[in-house]
Design a protein around this ligand. Structure first.
Ligand code: ADP
Length: 149
């Protein structure tokens, strides 16, 4: 079984995240979309909602499972026997940030490999923070999320 963990805040899940997950589906037998809960971090949307939206979007994809974890991503990977961490890259800023995290995770858990998938150029500007900004100011976020916030 090739098992991957796609970790993130998903505050909320965007069509950018969705694209990465769909592109990864042929590569893995199971993908845990894993919501990392950090007690010190303020989220815009409640955990229940963030979970529910991901479940809804991937209701017809049995390979996708939604999970919530606390602590280190690599510890969660070990817990579910995942040998891959999936991350999306939009631009060189994402790359600079992600390669350090991947290196740190590799040192903690050499058996877990981080796999990067590139977003398509049309979605490279999409982010959860953009959606939150639009949501707060009654802007139209509907082209970035596939459900009602
Ligand atoms: P985090 O809080 O860890 O940044 P996010 O929920 O914002 O979590 O993102 C999770 C993953 O999804 C990250 O790998 C991020 O680079 C990726 N991602 C976010 N938006 C997009 C997008 N528009 N296209 C491709 N990947 C994306």
């Amino acid at each position: 079984m090739r098992i991957a963990v796609f970790p993130g805040s998903f505050d909320p899940l965007t069509i950018g995240h969705e694209e990465i997950i769909r592109k990864a589906l042929p590569l893995f037998d199971k993908i845990y979309v894993a919501i990392g809960e950090n007690a010190n971090k303020k989220y815009c949307f409640p955990l229940e909602k963030r979970q529910q939206w991901i479940r809804q979007v991937f209701a017809h994809e049995p390979a996708v499972e939604v999970a919530v974890y606390k602590g280190l991503t690599v510890d969660f990977c070990r817990e579910v026997n995942a040998h891959f961490i999936l991350r999306g890259l939009r631009n060189s800023m994402d790359f600079q940030y992600e390669k350090d995290i991947a290196e740190a995770n590799r040192r903690l858990a050499p058996e877990v490999e981080t796999i990067f998938l590139l977003s398509s150029p049309e979605l490279a500007h999409v982010s959860s923070s953009l959606v939150r900004e639009l949501y707060h100011h009654q802007g139209n976020y509907s082209e970035y999320v596939s459900f009602e916030l």
